[in-house]
Ligand binder design. Structure first.
Ligand code: FES
Length: 143
């Protein structure tokens, strides 16, 4: 099986069976974001552990294309158990490597929607910086 095909199957699996799907009531951190190019949305909820710094649980809900929903599903697996400060600094390439297939500029915004929303949630709750690599992502409406 070609590599691309394997990655596509993984993406499809995450899309059909999203990990970390749902809402955390009374979450320690949360944010919503939209990709206005298409209107797709992602909301992210974070619960910190006893140290108030480690991401103990993270859930998301949203609607959108397979890439945006699958990448956010992958993201929830990648960030669980890691510290908010580490995730604030997480380069987008770390997620893109996990997604694994080449993406057009439009699809890139789909893939990074969840990570952007998560960084905004952490920024609000913990004051972590929003790295300048998001400068080119202005079209994402992050509220
Ligand atoms: Fe909307 Fe992908 S087409 S996020």
């Amino acid at each position: 099986m070609a590599f691309d095909e394997m990655y596509r199957e993984v993406i499809l699996d995450h899309y059909k069976n999203p990990r970390g799907h749902g809402v955390i009531e009374g979450a320690d951190a949360e944010a919503d974001g939209q990709n206005p190019l298409c209107g797709d949305e992602v909301s992210i909820y974070v619960q910190f552990g006893a140290d108030n710094e480690t991401i103990e649980d993270v859930k998301f809900r949203g609607r959108g294309c397979a890439i945006s929903q699958a990448a956010t599903s992958m993201l929830t697996e990648m960030v669980t158990g890691r510290k908010a400060t580490a995730i604030a600094e997480m380069p987008r390439d770390e997620l893109l490597e996990e997604v694994g297939i080449p993406l057009s500029p439009v699809r890139l915004k789909c893939a990074l929607l969840g990570l952007g929303v998560l960084k905004v949630a952490l920024h609000r709750a913990k004051g972590t910086p929003l790295p300048e690599e998001w400068a080119g992502m202005d079209e994402l409406k992050l509220t």
